[in-house]
Design a protein around this ligand. Structure first.
Ligand code: LLP
Length: 437
């Protein structure tokens, strides 16, 4: 139990706000964030690098709610964005352009143009082709693009396959043996100013060894670039620090900071980071209700009102989020093994299998822990289930920082063309024969 989510008089609280009455008021499911937990995570991270004072760019992909990003901005964070939408969010939340970094393996021309127009700190370029396109665009716009090259160091992050990004076979970055050539090209091309190197080898790393291997490769590149007379003033070390979901043992932040210091400490280079999960993962809960309890074929199945469209991490990565009852009394009762599932018509719509849990009954409320990162942002409207609300708590106060989408709003995005009736009438019974012209 953290200091921010704990039982007070038998009821689970977020800071000083009891969660069950919130659920009664707002309906379930919903995401709930603790402002103090968010701020504490940021302060811990920044504090571990108090000597270096790096730019800490919060990776918006982990949680892009404007209130959350605003809170980090107020604490001094920058932003790591990967789309025009995230760039707009970062700016709207008050992150100064000079603290925004644009990452991503496939940026569109319009996205690069928006980044140049906003005058952001740095564009992390991932290919020769992107260098050439950015050069053409910047020249056209009469701008100079500050560019860092994202290096693919060919290091296995030893995390889930779907969130590993630093192996040669992964689509990310410029192969490390081609980086010098790319940097030289960037230095030659008009409209580009190569400022440094960037790296991000994966997410939810629970071991420091892959970080070490990747950082060493980056340092070697930095030396070689400098030896050949090229200026390298910045190193962006990405995100990836893991957090605890169930029994993982994430690396100690101080040990991570010591590693960074050991490798880059004497290099006269400006450091920056792009943490996402570390800053917001533990600060959020997904609150849901047990809709139905099914006892079938000797199994106990809890069907919730939350589903894979609301929190997809278990279905997509086999992730395991701890489940807490909102009523503490339930924790004192003997545990029963249960499958925890959502109501979507797919067997993948499952949160846990055979998990020992308190004896939840229909109507009971529960919370998934560590749902603050890659939760709400990855939700969808599959099965025409509207997007969930998000609530931020601070001390005794709370605010709905994203409203629950209504079914009407969801439907309003679709339209039925006027000519549809006609098309239905005229449609042939069989598809026309295939024509090759
Ligand atoms: N920088 C770049 C370029 C990234 O691609 C990512 C995450 C980050 C920073 C932030 O990484 P973090 O510190 O959060 O590990 N949906 C997955 C995680 C995908 C991460 C993608 N990239 C999950 O739910 O586990």
């Amino acid at each position: 139990m953290s200091n921010f989510f704990r039982y007070v008089e038998g009821e689970l609280h977020a800071e000083e706000v009891a969660i069950a009455p919130l659920a009664a008021r707002l309906g379930t499911p919903f995401y709930l964030y603790s402002a103090s937990a968010l701020a504490a995570a940021y302060r811990r991270f920044a504090g571990a690098f108090a000597q270096e004072r790096p730019l800490v760019s919060f990776a918006l992909k982990a949680n892009s709610n404007l209130a959350v990003v605003s809170l980090f901005a107020a604490l001094g964070a920058g932003a790591d964005v990967v789309s025009e939408g995230e760039l707009a969010r970062a700016l709207a939340a008050g992150v100064p352009a000079e603290k925004i970094v644009f990452s991503g393996v496939g940026k569109r021309r319009s996205e690069l143009a928006a980044a140049l127009a906003a005058g952001i700190r740095q564009i992390n370029v991932e290919s020769f082709s992107e260098l050439n396109r950015l050069c053409a665009l910047a020249t056209e716009m009469g701008r100079v693009a500050p560019v860092a090259l994202r290096v693919n160091p060919d290091v296995d992050a030893a995390t889930h396959d779907k969130i590993s990004t630093g192996r040669k076979k992964d689509k990310f970055g410029i192969a490390w043996d081609e980086v010098i050539e790319a940097y030289r090209l960037a230095a030659r091309l008009p409209g580009l100013e190569p400022v440094g190197l960037a790296l991000h080898i994966g997410s939810q790393l629970v071991d420091l060894a892959p970080f070490r291997r990747a950082f060493e490769r980056l340092r070697e590149l930095l030396h070689r670039l400098r030896q050949s007379g090229l200026a390298v003033s910045r190193i962006d070390l990405g995100g990836g620090l893991g957090i605890r979901y169930s029994d993982e043992k994430p690396p100690d932040l101080q040990a991570y900071a010591a590693l960074v210091r050991e490798i880059f400490g004497t290099l006269e280079v400006e450091l920056s980071f792009e943490p996402g999960r570390f800053l917001c993962g533990a600060a959020g809960l997904l609150v849901a209700r047990v809709e139905t309890v099914k006892e079938s074929a000797g199994k106990r199945i809890l069907v919730l009102d939350a589903a894979m469209n609301d929190l997809i991490r278990p279905a997509l990565y086999g992730a395991s989020h701890e489940i807490l009852p909102l009523r503490q009394a339930l924790r004192e009762e003997p545990l029963l093994a249960a499958d925890v599932v959502g109501p979507i018509c797919e067997s993948g719509d499952s949160f846990a299998e055979g998990r020992p849990l308190p004896p939840f009954a229909e109507g009971d409320l529960l919370a998934f822990k560590a749902a603050g990162a890659y939760g709400a942002v990855m939700s969808s409207t599959y099965n025409s289930r509207p997007l969930l609300p998000e609530v931020l708590v601070s001390g005794r106060r709370f605010a709905v920082v994203r409203a629950r989408q209504s079914v009407a709003e969801l439907l309003a995005l679709d339209s039925i063309p006027e000519w549809l009736g006609e098309a239905a009438e005229r449609a042939p019974e069989e598809a026309p024969a295939e024509r090759v012209s």
